[in-house]
Design a protein around this ligand. Sequence first.
Ligand code: S3P
Length: 217
Amino acid sequence: MVLASRPPAKSSEASLAAGDLRQRLGSRVLVLVGMMGAGKSSIGRRLADRLGMPFVDADTEIETAAGKSITEIFAEHGEDYFRDGERRVIARLLEAGGMVLATGGGAFMSESTRLAIAERGISIWLKAALPVLMERVRRRSNRPLLKTEDPEATLRALIELRYPVYAQANVTVESRDAPHEVILDEIVAALAAYLDGSAGDRVSAARESSEDGQHDG
Ligand code: S3P
């Protein structure tokens, strides 16, 4: 028996899928959410490349707006001040529209930010297990929240607190030690499925309201 195996996706197929997705997104912002070390910036940058969209990193924007690094903002003004800036910067970027936006790990914990993202964007949770995150955050010391005696315990506690909230994202993709291209393919497929589903929702909502109109008339 011969098993037909699927030929590898040709790059023209991939670019067709990307072009189609880009069109269906309109001015919506693709917002990457998830824990520190989940790969939001590195995957986000590559996703933007693939879709031919601009990429913006919210943390970099906050640093530019403040003229200080995140570490300095936390040290000199505290976390609440940072969160205020984060909310404002993300609201401004969502208004601008049409980009891939990587957010800092705490951003999606703000209800007003979640609402703004739901209105103007599509949220993608890059979900990663603790050992994957630990391995990645160990390499850099630029995360004020992890400057504790036991960063692993801190990360574990943040996971418990945040994962139920991240789970509200529109799309979830498992971030793991796999080639970036594999994760990107999964994100594009998940987004296409999400857009198919939400298009269905919009059609049935429109149908319901037009049927309501007929009952009224
Ligand atoms: C934070 C994550 C960081 C940065 C800040 C706070 C958080 O961004 O916004 O240090 O609360 O998880 P990354 O998720 O890009 O590391």
